[in-house]
Design a protein. Structure first.
Length: 132
């Protein structure tokens, strides 16, 4: 693809694209608005695989406090276990991490045991391992 991502996708129109094109945008985009658009997808995309891919992409890059707060807020609403794990990983590894948000989420009632188990495994290499 081109350096800004797929030709048919831009941060302004991504929500109107089919899920496969949104996913392709997440995987290929490199533009200046990338983090903001990834956070928008994480907040509102109806497809779990797109939200998970957005969270995984966010985990790889530097995140400011606002971005970590938005991920934390999205995590509180997220119900899909795979997306929850990807968000927890983004919180723990995104430039400085925010283990407090991740730990707060994992200690809430109703968090599925497989999410806690996978989070422990995923976050086990983090510099401040979470104790569940």
């Amino acid at each position: 693809g081109n350096p800004a991502g797929p030709a048919t996708a831009s941060p302004g129109n991504i929500a109107s694209l089919p899920a496969t094109e949104r996913l392709q945008w997440v995987l290929e985009s490199r533009g200046a608005d990338r983090v903001s658009t990834l956070l928008d997808l994480l907040d509102a995309d109806p497809m779990a695989n797109v939200r998970a891919a957005a969270a995984e992409a966010l985990a790889a890059g530097p995140l400011n406090q606002d971005a970590r707060d938005r991920i934390g807020n999205a995590l509180r609403r997220e119900t899909h276990p795979h997306v929850q794990i990807a968000m927890l990983d983004a919180l723990a590894h995104g430039n400085g991490g925010n283990g407090a948000l991740a730990l707060d989420f994992l200690q809430r009632p109703g968090v599925r045991s497989e999410v806690k188990s996978l989070a422990q495994h995923t976050l086990g290499n983090w510099e401040h391992p979470l104790r569940l």
